[in-house]
Write a protein that binds this ligand. Structure first.
Ligand code: UDP
Ligand code: MG
Length: 136
């Protein structure tokens, strides 16, 4: 049965800074994702704090929000069958050291904090996150 989904992807500041935007988009397209919404923006730390609110009690929360707002990012809605899980697989583990060969984080990630991409972790959160950046 068909299960077309959308998921939110962010190309994070470390990757935009290294001019990896197009290479990472090619990886999505080569893996069957359509980029249905897209914009390049820089957000305020206060917006990053809202976006990552689920992590507010974590020790890395402040640094994470500082980092996500430190430079331009590319936010995209990606569409594919089972897009949420498919994007998590293509991204690889949070820590690039643990990521499988062929994943975005293995290829481009620098460290657990500078891991090049964000991806929604559930269909429910994907809807919330897409709406966060693309409310119209
Ligand atoms: N993060 C970090 N230190 C940690 C764990 C996570 O800096 O010990 C950052 C990392 O950039 C990660 C983000 O916080 O991508 C969100 O964490 P999450 O556990 O949701 O990982 P993800 O869903 O991005 O794989
Ligand atoms: Mg997460």
């Amino acid at each position: 049965m068909s299960n077309l989904e959308q998921t939110l992807s962010i190309i994070k500041p470390d990757a935009v800074e290294r001019h990896l935007e197009n290479e990472i988009k090619e990886m999505f397209k080569n893996n069957g994702f359509s980029i249905v919404k897209e914009k390049k923006i820089q957000i305020e730390k206060s917006e990053a704090e809202k976006f990552y609110k689920v992590h507010e009690t974590k020790p890395f929360y402040s640094d994470l929000c500082e980092y996500l707002s430190s430079g331009p990012i590319v936010v995209m809605a990606l569409e594919k069958e089972n897009a949420v899980l498919g994007n998590r697989e293509l991204m690889g583990a949070t820590n690039p050291k643990d990521a499988n060969e062929g994943t975005i984080r293995k290829k481009y990630g620098i460290s657990i904090d500078k891991n090049s991409v964000h991806g929604s972790d559930s269909v429910e959160n994907a809807k919330i996150e897409i709406n966060f950046f693309f409310k119209d």
